[in-house]
Design a protein around this ligand. Structure first.
Ligand code: AGP
Length: 612
């Protein structure tokens, strides 16, 4: 979704803004723009539809924009098509204010109406422009711009992260936040705002996360923060401890491929510190045994791939804990009168920790009395901060829109949580607990063996890259894993695909199977292998071409049945999807590569979905 960077200091702002925007590109966008102020030239704005390179090209052909204070923005269109005019920054009619905005102003039509009646002329079709125009409307020359900002914020409904420039204050930048991420960066004689730390890490590692309702005034000399009642706030500062190179491609063609390859290391970071003498240990959790005993039901709430992790987690958690687990799409949860109460554990899973649907579901669950445990990758993100307890995945920054290492680490962490809780409640039987925990430690090495042989996925991609439709089928854990395999394929290669519980095929979908239809049959779940075989036979009988994903112990059997096989090492059934997902990621990656798709930034998608 939209990315914001703001800078105030003594260096020219434009190169810093463009560099920051480049690091925000991964969030997904369709236009980009910058605005800077200088005492001589006032506000200068340039923006352009398309990639950042188009904006750079435009700027290269113009005299340099002067100013050491400015804002930059990458826009992911919601209101108004992606074009130059609808791009941010938006400037007010009288040229006194420029703003960048992430989020949606829900009552923009009403505000626009109000301003139109007072003679204000609008240029764009966006909801965001009303913020610039209303600010200008409330501005009185010479007064404190914060007065106008607070008056405007009072009127806004919806979500916003805002960066505001005032033409007559060339060394000042104002920021405001409600339900959209924004952080402050503290540098040496320069200060920043950004949607996330990747945009500013090259210049500072000291950040503070803005809370809802807060307003910040930045100058090169410092940052003053105020709460919604305009009382000064002392912000806690954090140090970003990951390296800049973690957010760079490091010689790989795509972030997605790099992140696939990073999975063994990411799993080590997630698992090793939490595995001691064969026991899962979560020192970071404050959940007591008494609290754990009080839970009667578990809800897992998430979106997209994080939801797929929840689908897999349901099988493991119910098995380990003998408690009912409901997996809910966050976007549906808050509108479904969820049966959450004080005896509910609500697990929110999110890589970014900023997904608005998941955030809203979290708040709904909290209001109903649920205990919120989140599984999050981005440290200090909104979901992490609003949860009662957090388990960080420690996967490092994930830049590609299609999640890989975050998914893998979420999955292992959720399984570990199930084991830990079962142990705490005395429900984890000795042999099975020992078997799973022993295999946990071996996962990274086994993953390395999967990643060592990418040729097979490249070859399969060369055979199937021009298909229009692919079916994924599987049972139990393989079914939930197929959902992720299917999503990976469609989001980056734009091939239509569907994932079905294999037993459901005969209740309708099998009518779509005809000679040549590609079916990816997941057959890694040991206890149901015979059933998987029957389903493969069924689709083969109707002419399907079958690529089977299976384990080393089933290789021979599958080679006789399927047209091609993808093979992973055997592990405990509860952990098998952790290995199984990797061939599916690679299969999707190489297909997208063959089709010439923009793998890291698929069309219409955003990394961090901060609108509802
Ligand atoms: C997965 O590849 C997608 N990019 C998407 O489904 C993602 O998992 C979803 O938007 C949830 O994001 P989150 O984990 O950051 O909350």
């Amino acid at each position: 979704m939209c990315g914001i960077i703001g800078f105030t200091g003594s260096s020219p702002a434009v190169p810093i803004l463009l560099d920051g925007l480049e690091h925000l590109e991964y969030r997904g966008y369709d236009s980009a723009g910058v605005a800077v102020i200088s005492p001589e030239k006032g506000l200068q704005i340039q923006k352009r539809k398309g990639r950042l390179s188009a904006l750079r090209e435009k700027l290269d052909g113009l005299p340099p924009l002067e100013g050491t204070t400015g804002v930059g923005h990458t826009r992911w269109a919601t209101h108004g098509e992606p074009n130059d005019v609808n791009s941010h920054p938006h400037v007010s009619q009288n040229g006194r204010v420029a703003i960048v905005h992430n989020g949606i102003i829900e009552n923009y039509a009403e505000i626009k109406e109000f301003l139109l009646h007072r003679g204000v002329r609008f240029r764009s079709d966006t909801d965001s422009e009303v913020v610039a125009q209303l600010l200008d409307y409330y501005f009185t020359d010479g007064s404190d711009p914060l007065d106008a900002v607070y008056r405007v914020l009072e009127k806004l409904e919806g979500a916003y992260a805002l960066g505001i420039l005032c033409a007559d204050r060339p060394d000042m930048l104002i920021a405001a936040r409600k339900d959209a991420p924004l952080l402050l960066g503290y540098g040496q004689g320069e200060n920043f705002i950004a949607s996330d730390a990747t945009a500013i890490i090259a210049r500072t590692r000291t950040v503070a996360y803005m809370e809802d309702g807060e307003v910040a005034v930045l100058t090169p000399r410092g940052i003053d923060v105020y709460d919604e009642y305009r009382r000064p706030v002392e912000k806690q500062r954090h140090t970003i401890d990951w390296d800049v190179s973690a957010a760079e491609k490091g010689g790989y063609a795509h972030f997605m491929f790099k992140e696939i390859m990073e999975q063994p290391e990411a799993l080590r970071h997630t698992v090793s510190p939490r595995l001691r003498d064969g026991e899962v240990a979560f020192d970071e959790l404050s959940l007591t045994e008494e609290k754990l005993r009080s839970f009667r039901r578990i809800f897992i709430v998430a979106c997209g791939s994080s939801y797929h992790v929840g689908m897999l987690g349901k099988y493991s958690l119910e098995r380990f804990l003998r408690l009912p687990v409901e997996v809910c799409l966050a976007s549906e949860f808050r509108y479904s009168s969820p049966l959450v109460d004080e005896r509910s554990l609500v697990i929110v899973i999110s890589q970014s920790g900023e997904t608005l649907d998941s955030m809203a579901a979290l708040r709904e669950a909290k209001a109903l009395g649920g205990y919120i445990l989140s599984i999050v990758n981005v440290v200090g993100s909104s979901i992490a901060r609003e949860s009662d307890d957090v388990l960080y995945t420690w996967a490092g920054p994930e830049i590609a829109v299609a999640t890989t290492k975050a998914y893998s680490t979420q999955l292992v962490l959720l399984t570990m949580f199930g084991l830990w809780m079962a142990r705490a409640l005395g429900r984890a039987g000795g042999p099975e607990y020992a078997a799973v925990t022993a295999e946990l430690g071996l996962l990274p090495e086994k993953l390395e063996t999967v990643l060592a042989g990418t040729d097979v996925y490249q070859y399969l991609a060369s055979l199937y890259f021009n298909r229009d439709c692919v079916f994924f089928i599987g049972r139990n854990l393989d079914y939930a894993l197929g959902l992720e395999g299917s999503l990976k394929l469609k989001e980056i290669s734009y091939i239509h695909s569907e994932s079905y519980a294999a037993g459901e095929l005969k209740h309708g979908t099998i009518s779509l199977i005809e000679p040549g239809t590609l079916v990816v049959a997941l057959a890694t779940y040991g206890p149901l292998i015979d059933k998987a075989v029957s389903n493969i036979v069924e689709v083969k009988a109707r002419g399907a071409e079958v690529v089977a994903l299976t384990t080393e112990s089933q290789r021979e059997r599958m080679e006789k049945l399927a047209d091609h096989v993808m093979v992973i090492p055997d592990t405990h059934p509860a952990l098998q999807p952790n290995l199984g997902v990797v061939p599916l990621q690679l299969f999707a990656y190489y297909i997208a590569l063959q089709r010439g798709c923009d793998i890291d930034k698929p069309k219409n998608l955003a990394k961090s979905v901060t609108v509802e």
